[in-house]
Design a protein around this ligand. Structure first.
Ligand code: ADP
Ligand code: ZN
Length: 210
């Protein structure tokens, strides 16, 4: 199954993908995670994209596509994958659609106010990528990642000024993908306001019947 998760930054794509991945046995491929890991490890890619991510803009299409296609050739992606954060522009979608066909695009929908506070309250573990929310889903022990013992922190791009820029970029460059995949009858809408567990359950039953 080739699945794509679509929705604003903060709609919960990453949280959903992390728990869905083991349930459906498909790798979670997040371009944001790939870029952040590269920055964390100071690789050539990391140096190239660091200021772009910090500003809330998008990494150039060509670079993003080549990173994704390289990742998709790895053996674990042969049976399918959960794409999180890609494609994110119409040119990326067109490049992708020429190579493969998605089975479904899971669109997560929520109101703007919740969206913004989810981002500004979010904490992420720099070592394993686990996602937390200061108020609603804090780590069990303060400042200690449940999964790996790392220290969850705020992402630099989750500060309010950058959040606004990212949402602006989403509506300008990414939201047109809804129409693009609606025309191909791939869009399936889900209410992203429900609890992570309820959303997971709903998406899992949907995928079982796909
Ligand atoms: P979010 O969806 O919460 O913004 P991500 O982790 O998906 O977070 O992405 C973080 C940043 O990584 C984006 O703001 C952008 O700079 C870059 N990025 C991720 N995916 C793409 C993509 N497909 N194309 C271009 N840039 C991307
Ligand atoms: Zn961790």
């Amino acid at each position: 199954m080739k699945i794509m998760l679509l929705g604003t930054p903060g709609s919960g794509k990453g949280t959903l993908a992390q728990s869905l991945s083991s349930g459906v046995g498909l790798p979670h491929i997040s371009t944001g995670d790939i870029f952040r890991a590269a920055i964390h490890h100071k690789t050539k890619l990391g140096l190239e994209v660091k200021t772009i991510l910090a500003s809330g803009k998008l990494v150039p299409d060509e670079l993003t596509c080549s990173i994704v296609f390289e990742r998709l050739t790895e053996p674990d992606a042969r049976q399918g994958f959960l794409l999180d954060g890609f494609p994110r522009t119409i040119p990326q979608a067109e490049t992708f659609d020429r190579k493969m066909e998605l089975d479904s695009v899971i669109l997560l929908e929520l109101d703007e106010e919740t969206n913004v506070t989810r981002l500004t309250e979010r904490l992420i573990c720099p070592d394993c990528g686990a996602i937390y929310h200061r108020t609603f889903r804090p780590p069990q022990k303060a400042d200690v990642c449940d999964t790996c013992g790392g220290t969850p922190v705020q992402r630099p791009d989750d500060q309010i000024e950058v959040v606004n820029k990212r949402l602006e970029e989403y509506y300008r460059l990414t939201a047109p993908l809804i129409r693009h995949y609606e025309d191909k009858q791939k869009i399936h809408r889900f209410n992203a306001l429900q609890s992570p567990a309820a959303l997971l359950h709903e998406v899992q039953s949907f995928l079982q019947n796909l």
